[in-house]
Write a protein that binds this ligand. Structure first.
Ligand code: GLC
Ligand code: GLC
Length: 823
């Protein structure tokens, strides 16, 4: 069953029924001002940091789910009836309903008793504000006398404090109202120099700014008193709960349409120009008035919307493919790339499953996100790399996360996750291969943001690598520390106290438990680092890294191989985790995927064996589960992983983040059919037809799909903010379609399904547009390249030296005629 359809031409997902199984959301804004918006206009907005600069309030776990948002009410003043054109919060039986989630905008429209209302929500490029552009049309044969009410509930900035510190917060709310604009200025009188504003293009609006005046006592958003009465009360909030609401009268002749604009924005004043006049307590509004006026003008708003569309046209135009599979095309060309932008911007901070309060930007997560983002806006990727590396510790270790507003690392979700440092190498390598910008390695970057501690970025990578060498365990495998990629494999935690955080509790010294996954990561990152060192002329360094990599490869074969698959770890007692000797958790996906994709056992059959075991034990029709059998009870020595009921999350759920590791491993073994098969099982678009089971949005990946041991096998949870976005994008574009960035140029090495006759792609890379035409001539993955009419050796197209900006590539796949030098 479906709840909508893809409109690929407009790059939109069109939801045709408001009561989707879960709120299906979209993101507004892609730079500094952000909003989350559900298909019924639920959600909230913030500036840069969902925790520290929250503009509007949102309540999780409220019933019904998803209440509070960017609401508009229409009231028919003849019948006194009022309703919400976005369905929520009044939930009327609408005659027509449609939500179009597009690239950085959502359009929610409906018709009720002959009145059509459509609101286009978006954030203009380079502005810290959002626009609600409402158009109301009277389809009745008689005139309509309507009142329109807008409303937002302001958050008192720090979302955590806002949700808890009521004894203070009920006293501090302050607003100003001037020229129909509502200014929310709580704490502006003291240390804040920012405020929010809510404006309307209508010139004769009533307003309300005190929540109780708007809702009335003991009433909810579905039946605000002031709307029921047809009249806002011009309340001015002093303390309690400031809201912003405008009332605009609309008289429409039959067939007539009218538009109203609402603008919600964020503004900062220079510290010495906060007030006007200077010694007053009144906000200086001179600095923002022009901006507000600009966006209350339809022409400017329409232009800003066209600019946003053009921006996305450009960003998505960097990689466009035409394959025989429409789900692949749609995800690569539109939605997966779009989701990569969202994960880059949000990391794991703000979605309908991440509260915006709990997590900032993760060190591991943000580095991996680069794999799917770096081609889109390389300059921002560069900045992110520097920010991340600046939080690195002198030991090479990392804070697990940092707050985007302050850019400082913190220990809120722990540290000593011993895989963390390597992701920096992976992120930087991806950046170098995409851009060829080697200057980044010479950037002076501090440790722990400490001025004076700067070294070139390259040294950060060296310390990342050394970090593991300094922390090897009894078998010569990397010590796991707090956890590795799997945050929930807490082998040093031993927590028996309810409520204790698995991520910050340690009861063991950590000198025994080792991770085979980190060993695989070390091999991959070490290879990248060696290549970088080599190209910087550091031959000895490069050989040293390669020697360590080789040694680790050997250690994995010796102590990390279980006979048919890679082990997962050794626990604090030195016992195997992920072995046939174990009763539960005999085989894990992470080490199979990562060791194989890193190249361990490619030559001698171990990798292929490991893949066979994945297929036999872990693969399901809905994706590949994390481990088998699941943990039926809590194991003190394994930690959070065994805290989840079987089939969910890290306890044998389908963690979509690491399925692509297996896909990539399969391509490295030349198995295009297997790789693409796994890709399709979790592709959200390919799952659209089972939306009633999948439940999450069919246009973006979710972190987790319930595994085969769960009662709800196939049900997705935690959509949007997951490493799944970047890894799947990377797997399909760079490994299955095989359009791969490399230091020397664009590499073409498709490992596609045997039934595909070929595909076409356009890839912009280092200022050159490559038109790539792949044709299958015979079975197999052998590639012969003809570039601008000339056959070349090997798989890599060197970047043209002559300033040429368009290159035509003809790749023949499976050709029997071997070209010297190719794989
Ligand atoms: C979450 C975390 C990620 C971690 C994964 C597995 O997705 O954001 O960092 O690797 O869970 O535990
Ligand atoms: C929880 C989640 C896991 C996530 C971690 C981040 O353990 O289950 O997915 O990675 O929190 O701290």
């Amino acid at each position: 069953m479906k709840y909508g359809y893809f409109d690929d031409t407009r790059r939109e997902y069109v939801i045709t029924q408001p009561d989707t199984p879960l709120p299906w959301i979209n993101y507004l804004g892609c730079q500094a001002y952000f909003g989350i918006i559900s298909n019924t206009a639920g959600g909230y907005s913030f500036y840069r940091d969902a925790r520290l600069r929250r503009l509007t309030r949102y309540r999780y776990n409220n019933a019904p789910y998803d209440l509070g948002g960017r609401y508009i009410y229409l009231r028919d003043n003849e019948s006194s009836e009022f309703w919400s054109p976005s369905w929520q919060p009044t939930r009327h039986d609408l005659e027509k309903y449609e939500c179009r989630h597009g690239m950085g905008y959502s359009i929610i429209g409906s018709q009720y008793k002959g009145i059509e209302a459509r609101t286009r929500y978006f954030v203009p490029l380079d502005e810290n504000l959002e626009i609600w552009q409402l158009t109301v049309t009277n389809h009745r044969s008689s005139p309509a006398k309507l009142s329109t009410f807008s409303v937002v509930e302001f958050c008192l900035w720090d979302a955590q404090d806002d949700a808890t510190n009521f004894q203070r917060n009920f006293n501090i709310g302050q607003v100003e109202i001037e020229d129909e604009v509502i200014y929310h200025k709580t704490e502006y009188r003291e240390r804040r120099d920012h405020f929010a504003y809510f404006a309307t293009s209508s010139k004769s609006a009533n307003f309300d700014t005190q929540r109780e005046a708007f809702l009335g006592p003991y009433r909810g958003w579905e039946s605000p008193q002031a709307v029921a009465n047809g009249k806002l009360t011009n309340s001015v909030a002093h303390g309690w709960a400031p809201v912003g609401s405008h009332q605009v009268e609309l008289h429409l002749a039959p067939g007539e349409s009218k538009s109203i604009i609402f603008v919600l924005g964020y503004h900062e004043n220079p510290k010495d120009q906060k007030f006007d006049p200077p010694n007053s307590q009144t906000i200086n509004k001179k600095t923002v008035k022009l901006t507000i006026a600009k966006y209350l003008d339809q022409k400017n708003v329409d232009r800003a919307f066209e600019e946003l569309r053009a921006y996305w046209e450009g960003v998505l135009g960097i990689c466009q493919v035409e394959t025989p599979d429409s789900h692949t095309n749609r995800m690569v060309n539109i939605w997966n790339a779009y989701q990569c932008m969202a994960t880059f911007n949000m990391s794991r901070s703000a979605s309908f499953y991440e509260s915006g309060i709990g997590r900032g930007l993760g060190f591991r997560d943000s580095n991996q996100d680069l794999l799917g983002f770096v081609q889109m806006v390389p300059a921002r990727a560069r900045e992110r790399i520097i920010d991340l590396a600046s939080t690195q510790l002198p030991s090479g270790g990392a804070y697990h996360q940092y707050q985007p507003l302050t850019k400082r690392g913190n220990n809120d979700v722990g540290s000593n996750f011993n895989d963390d440092p390597h992701w920096l190498i992976i992120g930087v390598a991806a950046y170098l291969k995409e851009t060829g910008d080697w200057s980044i390695l010479d950037e002076p970057v501090p440790y722990d943001n400490e001025p004076g501690s700067e070294t070139p970025l390259f040294e950060h990578l060296q310390r990342s690598f050394q970090y593991t060498l300094d922390r090897l365990g009894p078998h010569g495998l990397p010590l796991i520390g707090r956890a590795d990629w799997n945050d929930c494999l807490n082998l040093n935690c031993f927590s028996d106290t309810p409520g204790q955080s698995f991520q910050t509790t340690t009861n063991k010294e950590g000198k025994v438990a080792e991770s085979v996954f980190i060993a695989g990561l070390f091999v991959l990152a070490g290879g990248e680092l060696a290549e970088i060192a080599q190209r910087r002329g550091l031959k000895d360094e490069a050989s040293r890294y390669l020697a360590e990599v080789k040694k680790m490869d050997g250690t994995v074969r010796k102590h990390g191989w279980d006979g048919d698959w890679f082990l997962r770890a050794y626990d604090d007692f030195g016992n195997k985790v992920g072995s046939r000797e174990c009763e539960e958790g005999k085989i894990f996906i992470e080490s199979q995927g990562f060791c194989s994709l890193a190249g361990i056992g490619l030559e001698d059959g171990l990798a292929q064996k490991s893949m066979n075991s994945v297929r036999q034990h872990l693969a399901t029709e809905h994706g590949i589960v994390l481990q088998q059998p699941p943990f039926s009870k809590y194991y003190l020595h394994l930690g959070e992983i065994s805290s989840y009921p079987p089939g969910y999350k890290e306890n044998a759920g389908i963690f979509c983040h690491n399925n692509p590791w297996v896909m990539i491993a399969e391509t490295r073994l030349g198995n295009g059919d297997a790789a693409f098969d796994y890709y399709s099982r979790i592709n959200p678009s390919a799952r659209e037809s089972i939306s009633e089971l999948h439940r999450c949005e069919p246009y973006v990946y979710a972190q987790m799909i319930a595994g085969k041991d769960a009662p709800t096998h196939g049900e997705a949870k935690n959509s949007w903010l997951t490493g799944t976005a970047a890894w799947n994008y990377y797997a399909i574009t760079q490994w299955i379609l095989g359009i791969r960035t490399s230091h020397d140029g664009l590499e073409i090495a498709p490992v596609i399904p045997s039934t595909w006759r070929g595909f076409k792609a356009v890839r912009k890379f280092r200022g050159v547009t490559y038109h790539i035409d792949v044709d299958r001539e015979a079975e197999g993955n052998h590639v012969s390249l003809v570039v601008d009419g000339k056959a070349i050796n090997g798989n890599i197209i060197p970047v043209p030296a002559n300033g040429q900006t368009v290159v035509k590539v003809k790749a023949t796949l499976g050709s029997a005629v071997a070209v010297a030098g190719s794989r």
